[in-house]
Each structure stands twice: as C-alpha cells, then as structure tokens.
Unconditional design. Structure first.
Length: 317
C-alpha cells in the first residue's frame, strides 16, 4: 500500500493522536496514490519510444570503455607525478578482461531483473511516489478478477521501465561490476606478489581466488563503480535536497521526472571532464589527496578537456 508494507503503515497511523491528524493523513495517502498513478503513466509514456532505450544503452556502452581508457592514461600520468602509490600499468587491461568475461553473469542478472520487473539493487533511473502505483495492492482492490485486470494493466504500462530499462541497466551494471572487481583483484595481487615474491602462476591463482571470494571492501568498490558508469550514484546533499523538493511538490514530476541521472551525467561531463572542474571542491580534494585517486582525476580532466577542445575546433572549422 502506497509503497509501504502493512506494518509500516500501521506504525504511522499509531503515531497520530488527533482526529484532524488522521483526516490529514487519509487525504494525503489517497492523493499520493493518485499522484503515483499519474507519475507512473507520465514516466512510462516518455520512455515508451525505442529511441530512448537505444540512447540509454549506447551511453553506457560508450562510457565504460571511456573509463577504461582513462585508467590507462592515469597509469601513464602516474609515472610523471610524485608519490609512491599510483594507478598501475595493467589495471586498464584487467578492467577490459573483467568486462569481457562478465557478460554471462550480466545476461543472467538482466534476465532475473526482467522476470522481477525491477532493478536488483533498487538503484533505478526514475523515482516515483509509489512502487507499482497501478496495482490491486496499491488501490486495495479485494475482488480477484478486478485486481488481476488492474495488475495486468499496470504491468503493460510499466513495461518501458520494468521490462526494458531495468534489465538493460542491470546488464551494464553487472559488466561494470566485474570490470572493477577484476581491476581491484589485479592491484591487490600485484601488491602481494611484490611483498611475497610470487611468480606469474601464483599471482594468477591469487587473482582468481580474489575474484571468487572478494572481500567486502572490493565488493563495495565494484558496486560503487557499477552505479557510477550507469549514472545511478546516490546524490550528495544538494542533489538530495532537489530530489526531496521535487518529490514533495505536487505535479513537479511533469517538469522534472528524472533527477538522479541528469545530475550524475552533469557531474561526470561538466565537472569531472571539463575545465570547469577546477571550481569543484571534490575534484580539488582528489587532486590534493595524491595517489591513484589523483592520477585518475587528472586523467579524466585532461581527456575530457582535450575532447571538448577537439570538438570545438572541428565545429569552428
């Protein structure tokens, strides 16, 4: 109900100690169900065209190789920068191997997402008032026949987000996850090989063991990277406030149906990969911190600026 389970709803009602409060809660609860339905119709209508999903898939397909190329550039830059810790040569190759070897897992997870009709980690590119607003559960329909009809209608309406966008994103996230996990495993194995004097075969076996049973820190790193390359990174303080204002403003979803993805695209393009990045406190922090984080930040900034300059020169000529 209203995207909340029965126990949670009962707890909310139990906290209301006045008739006026209960009346207000009832009005808002009913209105939110209608708003959720309208938003569900609106969002899926603008995502119903195949062009939208082609652009979504193409963007992720291009962005992941770009990140791998930037990792290779970061390894070269690191040789010219001070400090003892840098991006290693071979990390970009490890990312490529992980991405290419992870497609079977990616297909399996995409199929699971398709059957479930949702992203497996709830990091969706769209936000809604309710979860499956057009459903018998949300509207509390007890008649089995009518309820089944409403559920079927809702499934058809939500097909662009549940059966196309969610599985596509899940596929790309799974590929990115394996790519980053492979990079972290390579880096850790190289360090252990240096400390213990391991040979090539022992190092390869260590990488495989790491991939088969990655530590929690490596899993978190891979999950964060998977969200990053699909533009689903949780927003910061300012972005979260914008998201909250839109969610609480009636009808605002018509003007801004998507918040998280556009902000993440803006950050990845204009802040991390353009001369405007010098105004970003986060980017300055990464550069000042040194090590691999600095190497990668400078690689992204330089490659992005070079790309912008090249496009500008081509347009001017």
């Amino acid at each position: 109900m209203h995207g909340k389970d029965t126990d949670q709803l009962a707890a909310m009602v139990a906290q209301i100690d006045t008739v006026e409060g209960l009346s207000k809660f009832t009005r808002e609860y009913t209105r939110s169900k209608v708003a959720g339905t309208l938003q569900e119709l609106f969002v899926n209508s603008i995502l119903s065209g195949p062009k939208t999903h082609i652009v979504n898939l193409t963007g992720s397909l291009l962005f992941q190789p770009m990140n791998i190329a930037e990792m290779a550039v970061a390894a070269r830059l690191g040789k010219m920068l001070p400090g003892n810790s840098h991006v290693l040569e071979g990390e970009a190759l490890a990312m490529t191997y992980g991405a290419l070897s992870g497609w079977r897992d990616a297909l399996r997870l995409a199929a699971k997402s398709f059957r479930a009709g949702q992203s497996l980690d709830s990091a969706m590119k769209f936000e809604g008032h309710t979860r499956r607003a057009i459903s018998a559960q949300n509207y509390e329909i007890t008649n089995p026949t009518l309820g089944a009809a409403v559920d079927a209608l809702g499934a058809v309406i939500r097909a662009p987000t549940e059966r196309v966008m969610a599985p596509t994103d899940e596929f790309m996230k799974a590929v990115a996850y394996r790519s980053e996990l492979s990079r972290v495993a390579f880096r850790e194995a190289r360090e252990q090989a240096r400390l213990q004097g391991l040979g090539p075969e022992e190092t390869a076996a260590l990488i495989q063991r790491y991939m088969d049973a990655p530590p929690p820190a490596a899993v978190r790193s891979a999950e964060d990277y998977a969200r990053y390359v699909t533009f689903q990174t949780p927003l910061g303080e300012i972005g979260s406030k914008i998201q909250s204002v839109v969610a609480q403003t009636p009808g605002a979803f018509i003007i801004a149906p998507f918040i998280k993805t556009p902000i993440n695209i803006l950050k990845a393009g204009l802040i991390e990969r353009s001369p405007l990045g010098i105004f970003s406190a986060e980017l300055r922090r990464k550069i000042a911190s040194g090590g691999p984080e600095r190497d990668l930040a400078l690689a992204r900034l330089s490659m992005g600026t070079l790309t912008v300059g090249t496009v500008a020169m081509a347009a001017a000529s």
